[in-house]
Design a protein around this ligand. Structure first.
Ligand code: HEM
Length: 518
């Protein structure tokens, strides 16, 4: 006691308030006699059994095949999410059972082209799971947490995404180039010293720094330091696991996401939120700030105040900034990593991208320290290889309610979801080589039909606003490093590792880098 200013002190004070009622409750439990205890256990067991039976056999989706435990409890799905391989587990289940798989007592996973239109392109509500996107507690809802498309459209009049328009992103091309150049300095250093390099980490540092620049005109400094400053990136992964699982038990998330925990700064979201708060505060004092996301949002707040729209203020700005960091960094890193890792496994792809760039250089294009956006747009094979990387390891699964798909009607209240990691790898849609890295497929006559099921950015009203920014970063970085470096895996006999939570996080594929002479 006696340390009220420290986090421990705050907890000691809170614990002393709670201890008496807890002790009384425990004493009362002790006082219940054994026969009564047995009866209580039996009644609870009976109730649980009845709920399980009803969920398994008496719901409108009881006929949908899937694992037994999935049909009676959401815990089956949650355990697969925590294991980090839910996308592959679902893929195997769809290969076994077909288009529909029951993944929880109230959720059906769908892998069918009709589902894309019915679930994404129609203006239907999103699943309740999205309500989890409130940072750091329920006072800070992010745009992604709005379930109704009309409500979202109203909100977006103020919370502008104009900063993501391509011409605004391109105002930052110089800044993006500076960050890619910093990445190159680290690659040069590793090449000269002959040291192995964790490119996975450096890609993530770069994506985080660029997101910081676009959001608040301030990088986080990961690339300057060459490390995860303050553990913000590690926290982001923890945050994703939390979101994916507690989204199904939102009442339980309140134990961690409430104003009290925000005040103590103990929750996993604490670090990333504090970093954003500091950056926004600094940004407000920064007269030299560029035309970043914050400048659009500050104007939105003024507009909302003028028009009396009470549902957009500084709290939304914080959650929007945190959303950008959470959604815009690991995802870009994943795209970059998938391209490089898969091309190292299939050197013909790397060589073909390089040949395309070398041919462009002969015509005076693709020169300079970093290849320009204007030039990368004229590289069709690079475009195909980047799309193929995003097809092979896509990030997120999404749910909607109450629809008819491929002749089957699912009643209101049934959560329907498509996991891009399933539909983008379906052999029925993409052919027998669906699970291989084959950029050439993007030139086949079937691609018009197939690419309707290409959805790394989501589709429709809930799709990714940051896709222009992501593409500019990914295409420019890949063109530049394929042109300038030779890369090989330290141990080609070892597979990389990855975990699919909300976004997909690859890791552990160290490389040797050498500078290319040309
Ligand atoms: C390869 C890179 C990326 C991929 C594959 C990707 C994918 C996605 C997907 C699938 C969604 C929809 C999620 C859902 O509703 O369940 C989404 C939402 C979002 N993304 Fe991205 N994203 C990428 C990069 C970025 C970047 C660079 C930013 C910004 C810095 C960004 C910001 C956002 C935001 C703010 C949302 C929430 C939008 C809303 O619902 O209002 N993303 N992203």
């Amino acid at each position: 006691m006696g340390r009220p200013d420290t986090i421990l002190g705050k907890f000691e004070a809170l614990a002393s308030h709670l201890s008496q009622p807890l002790k009384t409750a425990m004493d009362e439990l002790q006082n219940i006699h054994w026969p009564r205890k047995t009866a209580l256990v039996a009644v609870i067991g009976l109730l649980v059994g009845l709920v399980a039976l009803r969920r398994r056999y008496l719901t409108p989706i009881s006929h949908v095949p899937g694992p037994f435990w999935a049909s009676i409890t959401r815990l089956w799905h949650v355990s697969k999410i925590i294991g980090g391989k839910q996308n592959y587990t679902l893929l195997e289940l769809h290969e076994k059972h077909g288009h529909f798989v029951r993944v929880a007592h109230n959720e059906v996973s769908v892998c069918h082209p009709d589902a894309v239109k019915a679930l994404y392109l129609a203006p239907t509500r999103k699943g309740k799971w999205y309500r989890i996107f409130v940072f750091p507690d329920w006072r800070y809802p992010a745009a992604i947490s709005i379930l109704d498309p009309r409500e979202k459209a109203e909100f977006m009049k103020y919370m502008s995404n104009a900063g993501f328009l391509l011409h605004n992103v391109l105002q930052y091309e110089g800044t993006i180039d500076e960050n890619i150049a910093k990445l190159k300095r680290w690659m040069d250093r590793h090449a000269v010293e002959g040291r192995q390099m964790d490119l996975d980490k450096f890609f993530t540092y770069m994506a985080f720094d660029i997101t910081g620049e676009i959001t608040f005109s301030k990088p986080f400094g990961f690339l300057d330091e060459g490390k995860d400053v303050g553990g913000a990136i590690a926290t982001n992964v923890a945050l994703q696991i939390f979101l994916c699982t507690f989204g199904f038990y939102r009442w339980a998330s309140w134990a961690l996401c409430n104003p009290l925990v925000t005040w103590t700064q103990l929750a996993p979201v604490g670090h990333i939120v504090n970093t954003s708060m500091r950056a926004i505060a600094e940004r407000q004092k920064n007269p030299d700030a560029k035309f970043d996301m914050c400048s659009h949002w500050f104007r939105g707040i003024q507009k909302a105040k003028k028009e009396g729209f009470g549902n957009f203020d500084e709290r939304h700005l914080l959650s929007a900034a945190v959303s950008n960091l959470g959604a815009g960094s690991d995802t870009v890193s994943c795209g970059l990593q998938t391209f490089v890792y898969q091309s190292l496994r299939k050197p013909a792809v790397w060589q073909r991208v390089r040949d395309e760039i070398d041919a462009a250089r002969k015509q005076g294009r693709c020169e300079g320290e970093v290849v320009s956006w204007e030039d990368v747009q004229q590289l069709p094979y690079l475009d195909a290889a980047c799309k193929e990387a995003l097809r092979l390891l896509a990030p997120v699964s999404i749910g909607k309610d109450g629809v008819t798909i491929a002749g089957q009607h699912f009643p209101e209240g049934t959560q329907m979801s498509i996991n891009p990691g399933v539909i983008q790898l379906s052999k029925e849609i993409w052919g027998p080589d669906a699970q291989e890295f084959v950029p050439e497929r993007w030139f086949s006559p079937d691609i018009e039909r197939q690419s309707k099921c290409f959805m790394p950015w989501g589709l429709g009203w809930g799709s990714c606003p940051g896709q222009n920014l992501a593409k500019v970063q990914i295409y420019k970085t890949i063109a530049t490093i394929v042109r300038d470096y030779d890369i090989k895996l330290v141990d080609p006999s070892k597979e990389w590792k990855w975990a699919a939570y909300f976004t997909l996080n690859p890791r552990d594929w160290p490389v040797y880098v050498t500078q290319r002479k040309y």
